[in-house]
Design a protein around this ligand. Structure first.
Ligand SMILES: Cc1cc2nc3c(=O)[nH]c(=O)nc-3n(C[C@H](O)[C@H](O)[C@H](O)COP(=O)(O)OP(=O)(O)OC[C@H]3O[C@@H](n4cnc5c(N)ncnc54)[C@H](O)[C@@H]3O)c2cc1C
Length: 411
């Protein structure tokens, strides 16, 4: 029997576990996650109103429930267990910790209150236990900086009415904060030209159906500048705009942010246009949706991900998912890639087998007083969140680490 530790229970980690079990009949997999809940960004990144996408959690849960897989939730690599300890205990270790560090723009004013990196903002509306509330008081104009789907998620969540969150898992507290906000305009600003936008057509077309929002183009963008599938979708949404709707969604392209400005909190964002002139847009909230980087775990990094060759970092050490290739690709991309990395792991197994990884990890955690959340305890959290969801939601997440651990141990 071989034992493999996978650090990270997002799609990449769990697809890798599934593929390992398929690739070899005698593998046992331990999946470690710093949170007491599994599924990574499926739970805390994918938008709460995209429940069909979040539904992949049901498939991932089946992997976690397999007899040859164990879940060690609430165990953090680097805090509760070191990489050396895992490598000494297991035949192979795969790092699937994603890319949780927000990329920054590195411009003045980025730390002003009112300026949020998308990981922080998305974590708030998805009830990630590490992310505090976002202050929407007095916000009339919000700016989402970025021309990818995360900027559209942020825009849509800010734009929807409470009724449009029916059937989602948006927390009532977040819904109340959004409903109380006095938003008049959301600007979506891309740094490059409209032809370089990375939105997908499907996500753009969703804007057409929003109850209170109409979509427009900013002064510097003409409808003739839009091409390709996304450009055509954006043109369609703009053409369908209903002028009677009170909230404007304004798309601008070719504006590079150069400073966040304000006295003690954000009041305006300064952009530079392609002709070298400055455009200053008044705003009380800005969300920078400009990508993520992988945590290094004291390993070498390359272009925001762990340095690796086809997933192999070193003997017996692998990377998979966003930790392997950086923050690109959709959930299914992680599946096909995890299958390849799992094949490599199995092919690399040497003659000697360390089949006592789980016993060694359990003993080490007990010595350190780390009370991990196993699969049954995770299911208690899961079922309690569903049970308290009420009619309008599919789930009501526990917010804090304490509340999650209490739900895990409730009898
Ligand atoms: C805002 C947002 C919206 C998205 N929406 C979509 C969408 O609608 N459709 C789609 O297909 N894709 C979407 N994606 C992309 C998708 O979420 C990723 O492709 C996928 O989650 C990457 O999987 P992963 O397992 O590599 O990383 P993650 O999902 O990030 O999982 C990493 C896991 O590692 C754990 N971890 C991190 N550090 C440690 C540590 N030190 N010790 C132990 N555990 C640790 C984390 O808690 C987490 O559970 C979205 C991404 C973002 C950011």
């Amino acid at each position: 029997m071989r034992s493999v530790a996978i650090v990270g229970s997002g799609p990449a980690g769990l697809y890798c576990a599934e593929a390992l079990l398929k690739a070899s009949p005698d593998v046992r997999v331990d999946v470690i996650d710093r949170l007491p809940t599994p599924f990574g960004l499926v739970r805390s990144g994918v938008a709460p109103d995209h429940q069909s996408t979040k539904g992949v959690a049901r498939l991932l849960n089946r992997v976690l429930a397999k007899p040859d897989v164990a879940f060690f939730g609430g165990v953090e690599l680097g805090r509760d267990v070191s990489l050396d300890e895992l490598r000494a205990a297991y035949d192979a270790v795969a790092i699937a910790t994603g890319a949780a560090c927000d990329r920054t723009l590195g411009i003045p004013g980025e730390s002003l209150p009112g300026v949020y990196a998308s990981g922080r903002f998305v974590g708030w509306y998805n009830h990630h236990p590490d992310h505090a509330d976002v202050d929407l008081a007095g916000v009339r104009t919000a700016i989402a900086i970025g021309a990818g789907n995360v900027a559209l998620d942020v825009t849509r969540i800010l734009a929807k009415t409470p009724d449009e969150f029916a059937g989602s898992d948006l927390a009532p507290e977040v819904s109340a904060a959004l409903a109380a906000a006095t938003l008049e305009r959301i600007r979506i600003v891309g740094r490059r030209a409209a032809t370089a936008m990375k939105f997908t057509a499907g996500e753009l077309l969703e804007l057409r159906d929003l109850a209170r929002a109409k979509t427009e183009l900013g002064a510097g963008t003409r409808i003739e500048d839009l091409d390709g599938a996304a450009g055509t979708a954006l043109a369609e949404v703009v053409a369908a705009a209903d002028e009677t709707k009170p909230l404007s969604l304004v798309f601008d392209f070719g504006l590079v942010p150069v400073a966040f400005e304000g006295d003690g909190r954000l009041e305006r964002v300064r952009f530079r246009a392609a002709d070298g002139t400055d455009r200053v847009i008044d705003a009380q909230l800005a969300v920078t949706c400009v990508g993520y980087e992988t945590h290094g775990h004291d390993l070498e990094r390359d272009a925001g991900a762990l340095r690796n060759v086809d997933g192999r970092i070193d003997a017996g050490l692998y990377a998979v998912g966003w930790a392997k290739r950086g923050p690109s690709g959709t959930i299914p991309t992680n599946r096909s890639e995890a299958q390849l990395v799992a094949k490599t792991i199995v092919a690399d197994f040497g003659d000697a087998s360390r089949n006592d990884g789980r016993a060694r990890l359990t003993a080490l955690l007990a010595r350190r007083g780390v009370a991990y959340v196993g699969y049954d305890a995770w299911r208690r959290i899961d079922l309690s969140e569903i049970a308290r969801s009420g009619d309008a939601r599919v789930r009501r997440k526990w917010r804090s680490h304490d509340a999650l651990h209490a739900a895990a141990t409730a009898t």
